[in-house]
Design a protein around this ligand. Structure first.
Ligand SMILES: [Zn+2]
Length: 246
């Protein structure tokens, strides 16, 4: 059987039978792949720590025709992010990223943008970037990469610039933002920080210092709007988001 290889980031694993693990990985070239790592539960197995969540590896595998699951035969560690995950909040946030990616990325389709986003945010976390800020950064780019991010700068209906003190509102479908005059519903207010945040995230790489160009209140408002859009497009609240909140 021909052996294939792929650059991959491990999203999660679960036990499979007595000796194996089921692994879900995001690859740079082939999107999401689910595979069986044979013998990965055995003591002293050849995978070592390379199947830990968020580990960046070169994965070797083979696939059989008409099978959903590939067989992972080995992984070479490229970069690990173990130390980042010793913090519980960070490790929960990383499962949130993994859940979002697993939910939207198609199987076996090139997904370069999300791969690069995840890797760059992981590296920024390792360099002590601030978790809350990096989470919002990930959310903005996640929404944008999937075409879920509406125009945050202009009213969806009259195209008026959303600025100044006037209130703006997320549409009931969470897929657009309206000025106060056009809003069909006034339930989810969008503060102006959102457009400033989106602009900032588009211009900057993921920040690696603990300097935060937004106040806690501003970030909270941004978080509320972004997560409302995510929940709407996923048609459910991510499980991992509940754990982070609790
Ligand atoms: Zn309007």
């Amino acid at each position: 059987m021909p052996l294939d290889q792929a650059e991959a980031i491990v999203l999660r694993t679960s036990p499979l039978g007595e000796q194996d693990k089921l692994a879900v990985v995001l690859t740079r070239d082939k999107g999401l792949i689910r595979g069986v790592a044979k013998g990965a539960r055995k003591f002293g197995n050849r995978f070592g720590s390379s199947l830990e969540p968020m580990t960046y590896v070169t994965m070797f595998y083979h696939e059989k025709e008409r099978r959903d699951l590939i067989t992972i035969t080995g992984c070479d560690l490229v970069e690990s992010f173990f130390e980042v995950q010793s913090d519980l909040r960070t490790s929960l946030t990383l499962s949130y990223f993994a859940e979002l990616i697993e939910e939207v990325v198609p199987v076996r389709a090139r997904e370069d943008v999300l791969f690069r986003l995840l890797l760059s945010v992981l590296r920024a976390l390792r360099m002590k970037g601030e978790l809350g800020l990096l989470t919002r950064y990930f959310e903005v780019w996640f929404l944008q990469a999937n075409g879920f991010l509406p125009d945050v700068h202009r009213c969806r209906q009259c195209r008026k610039a959303l600025e100044g003190e006037e209130a703006a509102w997320l549409s009931p479908n969470k897929d657009g933002i309206f000025c106060d005059a056009c809003a069909p519903a006034r339930r989810d207010e969008v503060r102006r920080e959102l457009s400033r945040f989106v602009q900032w995230a588009r211009k900057n790489p993921p920040p690696t210092t603990d300097e935060i160009p937004f106040t806690p209140g501003e970030l909270k408002a941004v978080q509320k709007s972004l997560q409302a859009m995510i929940v709407y497009h996923l048609e459910r609240e991510p499980k991992s988001l509940r754990y982070i909140r609790d």
